[in-house]
Design a protein around this ligand. Structure first.
Ligand SMILES: [Zn+2]
Length: 328
């Protein structure tokens, strides 16, 4: 396991992306009036200290960062930084556990992320094809039938579980958002409003689909997943792939911006071995892990990943300068 270093004050020195647009809220130009007012109110709550933030070390244990941006794509005040040792992009400081939960259950979250009601969003997703790619990726490595136990962490209203239910597998979905959980339960999907730490039964498949980057303590969750996963079980992660820095992906609920390389490094240090990864489209990559202990060497990874992250930011800066030049 990775060891956390002794806690010192977090330092964020040197801005790697300098243009004001990425450091000052710009909602007046960008957003519709309604969501603009919500963001403005939320930002003033942040400024007034009504929303609780916490400094956190990087997952590699380091605590010195370069600053990238000070607002997110919705203009919410939010710092995105790069670890000076391993190059992992992340949010810092980030919401406390309670502040994150409040935000995920708030109107501003619903408005910015779903645009309408949870019910409409869920019913659009209720289709066996929504989660079919997860089933297709996994069935090459494991028989899925009435004896298979499947857990999805962050299942929302459970739409990804439909192909597994179709094969008679025993499924459980857990989510923070009780509205989604109630919608899924109302149509008979086995969902619970709880955290992974409250579970004790074992599973053959554990899915974290597009949610891994919003988990506050992903290494602790992986430790728990390791306990819950049967010896021949599989862990399936689908994450936004951040090989190139893209400001449109900077959202205030995202905590970590993994790449194909960094995801493998951190998960392999929690005693998993990656057996397959790939992409379904340019945005997301999937990763299938099983139990095993072959962690990647740290020093080499830190060096290479920092270089890759720096290159990606240089490319972003250059592209942005060219855009300004041609727009003027
Ligand atoms: Zn780091």
């Amino acid at each position: 396991m990775l060891k956390r270093e002794k806690k010192d004050m977090i330092t964020v020195d040197k801005k790697l992306i300098e243009h004001n647009e990425f450091h000052i809220p710009f909602y007046k130009q960008r957003r519709e009036k309604n969501s603009c007012m919500l963001v403005e109110k939320f930002n003033s709550n942040i400024k007034d200290g009504l929303i609780e933030f916490e400094d956190a070390d990087c997952l590699c244990g380091h605590n010195q960062f370069y600053l990238l941006t000070s607002v997110d794509k919705h203009s919410v005040l939010h710092k995105t930084v790069m670890c000076q040792r391993c190059g992992l992009l992340q949010t810092n400081p980030h919401y406390s556990h309670d502040a994150l939960r409040d935000f995920l259950e708030s109107n501003i979250y619903k408005n910015l992320y779903y645009g309408g009601s949870y019910e409409n969003y869920a019913y659009e997703k209720y289709n066996i094809f929504t989660g079919m790619y997860i089933y297709e990726d996994l069935k090459k490595f494991i028989n899925i039938n009435q004896d298979t136990k499947v857990l999805e962490i962050g299942s929302a209203a459970g739409w990804n579980l439909l192909p597994f239910i179709d094969k008679k597998a025993k499924v459980l979905g857990i989510d923070y958002n009780n509205r989604f959980v109630e919608i899924g339960k109302s149509i008979g999907i086995n969902l619970e409003h709880k955290t992974v730490y409250e579970l004790e039964e074992k599973f053959d498949i554990i899915i974290i689909n597009k949610m891994f980057s919003i988990i506050l303590e992903p290494l602790n969750v992986l430790k728990k997943v390791k306990e819950l996963l049967n010896p021949n079980g599989l862990l399936y992660l689908n994450v936004l792939s951040n090989e190139r820095f893209d400001f449109n992906r900077i959202h205030n609920i995202r905590l970590y911006y993994f790449t194909i390389h960094s995801l493998n490094y951190f998960v392999s240090h929690c005693e998993f071995v990656r057996i397959r990864y790939g992409r379904h489209n340019k945005d997301y990559s999937f990763h299938i892990f099983k139990h095993g202990n072959k962690p990647q060497a740290s020093d080499k990874f830190f060096r290479q990943n920092l270089r890759r992250s720096m290159r990606s930011i240089r490319y972003f800066n250059l592209k942005y300068k060219l855009k300004l030049f041609f727009d003027s």
